[in-house]
Design a protein around this ligand. Structure first.
Ligand code: NAD
Length: 240
């Protein structure tokens, strides 16, 4: 899988799946832009792979716009957008106890954030006459999530991807949606910790009930979807 000559933006690339993907894309020859809320980890990731770091809060439109303005000014193009930023709040909270603030916050990062990234990436792709976007939904979108807010927000991301795929195809922009299963990242481990606390057991004990995948596994799928090798792939990719 060759990604040389590609400019790839990993928005949410500081940690977890995004970080592993940024690392693999760079290894495969891409010039990778890491954008993230977490400046310390984001800079460390970018430095480790020889890429550029741009701070961003995906819930803030001006901040997202600034990322793509910077990419345009620096490289004059964007081949691939991987908006991996996401949060999971409200795990195991009953619907009657879930606050609208929590619900809104999750939607702002997961749904609004994915939309804003695409909104400002697409003009660069239209200018070039081609591009690739891989949104990150979750198995939680179509299964039973630990969180009403998270599961339904990921349904929103899935639908955003399906709509984008249909509407952007005429501009030669290929859109896929990746729906990962359980991957060992800060996000997933935090949820399992809540679960363990509720059951009165240790995190280690609770982890035995899971067969968590490694973020590098998701990186392989995302990097492949970003590559020309996946040119014939359409729609949603469900993984473990
Ligand atoms: N880990 C899993 O089991 C799993 C399963 C299905 C889907 N996902 C999805 O994969 C994606 C990556 O998650 P992960 O598991 O690697 O989590 P993670 O917590 O390790 O990483 C999430 C990244 O998003 C960034 N981020 C959060 N809020 C942001 C904001 N407002 N602006 C910019 N960046 C922000 C964080 O700083 C972090 O770098 C998410 O969209 C998540 O929903 C994860």
């Amino acid at each position: 899988m060759d990604l040389s000559n590609k400019i790839i933006a990993v928005v949410g690339g500081a940690m977890g799946i995004g970080r592993a993907t940024a690392e693999l894309c760079a290894k495969r020859g891409a010039t990778v832009v890491v954008a993230d809320f977490n400046e310390i980890e984001g800079k460390a990731t970018a430095e480790a792979i020889g890429g550029m770091f741009i701070p961003v809060d995906v819930t803030n439109e001006a901040s997202v716009q600034a990322v793509f303005d910077k990419i345009d000014a620096t490289y004059g193009k964007l081949d691939v957008l991987l908006p991996t930023a996401g949060i999971l709040l409200g795990a195991y909270v009953d619907i009657e106890d879930l606050t609208s603030d929590t619900f809104r916050k999750v939607y702002e990062v997961n749904v609004l954030g994915s939309f804003l990234c695409a909104k400002y990436a697409v003009p660069l792709m239209k200018k070039a006459g081609k591009g690739v976007i891989v949104y990150v939904s979750s198995g939680a979108a179509t299964g039973v999530s630990s969180s009403y807010a998270y599961g339904s927000s990921k349904g929103g991301v899935l639908s955003l991807g399906i709509t984008s795929a249909g509407k952007l195809a005429e501009h030669n922009i290929r859109v896929n949606v990746l729906s990962p299963g359980n991957i060992a990242t800060y996000m997933k481990l935090s949820v399992i910790e809540v679960e363990a606390q509720q059951r009165g057991i240790t995190l280690e004990e609770r982890l035995k009930a899971y067969n968590l995948g490694d973020p590098s596994g998701m990186a392989k799928v995302l990097a492949w979807l970003a590559s020309d090798d996946a040119d014939y792939v359409r729609g949603t990719i469900q993984t473990r």
